[in-house]
Design a protein around this ligand. Structure first.
Ligand SMILES: O=C(O)CCC(=O)C(=O)O
Length: 267
């Protein structure tokens, strides 16, 4: 569980790194094996950003995923921490492997997730699980503490440069990189961040891979709006398919009553 201070840090700074939690060694070894399999099964998809690996066959990347990633997403201790920050009614609406390979791993531009997610009102908690050590050298996640506080989407532009994992990028005058903090994680450590948080990561020019598995949770007081998702996908031309992706209730009930929930069948 998050300590009271960590919950306070999440509210005040927009992110938290639980000091006392590590994915247990055996589970972490399993995730790393599953990552090797995922990469091997998808030679046509860049490991830099693999969307929805928890779906066997979904999305515009043509990624061949595996239900085992949905099992990983349901780790009870992680769900407990998510509950602490977004309450007891929430669903999983996406996952991503950001698997920055050694030497060539792509940059993630500074952005706010809320810019291109069809959730209204905007509310999520992302959980970033370090499958490898994440350090400044191999392009760890970087955040601008407190940038979520005014709950305002800043100006973004589309940048389709092939060196980026995402094509939505904050305008340079919308943040100050001098305020950035590196989220350095040992394998198995996690961080949590808010939907308005300004964040990004540098390219990986080191000899060590930097893979993270990211879980996207939202409180069911919000609506995952598929129609809006289709419009956003059209506007951004992104690799994600918001219109058809399944939504899995992880805890509680669908409070707003408008989320179309999928069955969570076993792996
Ligand atoms: O891992 C990265 O480089 C980017 C992750 C990210 O943007 C996110 O989890 O929202």
């Amino acid at each position: 569980m998050l300590t009271e201070a960590e919950v306070g840090h999440y509210r005040d700074r927009g992110y938290a790194v639980p000091a006392n939690y590590r994915v247990p060694d055996a589970a972490l070894a399993g995730m790393r094996r599953d990552l090797d399999r995922l990469i091997e099964a998808n030679p046509h998809v860049s490991p830099d950003a693999m969307f929805c690996p928890h779906e066997p066959d979904h999305g515009t990347q043509g990624l061949k995923g595996d239900r085992v990633w949905l099992e990983h997403a349901g780790t009870p201790e992680i769900l407990d921490m998510v509950e602490q920050v977004i309450g007891g009614d929430f669903l999983l609406w996406g996952t991503t492997v950001f698997g920055k390979p050694a030497h060539s791993g792509k940059e993630t531009p500074w952005h706010q997730d809320g810019e291109y997610w069809p959730i209204r009102p905007l509310a999520t908690c992302s959980v970033w699980i370090a499958l490898d050590a994440a350090t400044p050298e191999n392009g760890c996640l970087r955040v601008i503490p407190g940038s979520h506080r005014d709950r305002r989407l800043r100006r973004h532009r589309t940048n389709d440069g092939g060196h980026l994992t995402l094509n939505q990028q904050l305008e340079a005058d919308e943040y100050s990189e001098a305020d950035a903090v590196d989220i350095v994680l040992a394998p198995g450590q996690i961080s949590l961040h808010d939907i308005y948080m300004v964040h990004g990561s540098r390219p990986n020019r080191s000899p060590r891979r930097r893979a993270g598995y990211v879980l996207r949770f939202m409180p069911t007081t919000s609506h995952f709006d598929r129609q809006l998702g289709a419009e956003i996908a059209k506007r951004t031309g992104g690799a994600v398919d918001f219109a058809t992706r399944p939504l899995y209730l992880m805890r509680g009930r669908d409070v707003c009553g408008r989320n179309e929930l999928a069955e969570r069948s076993p792996a």
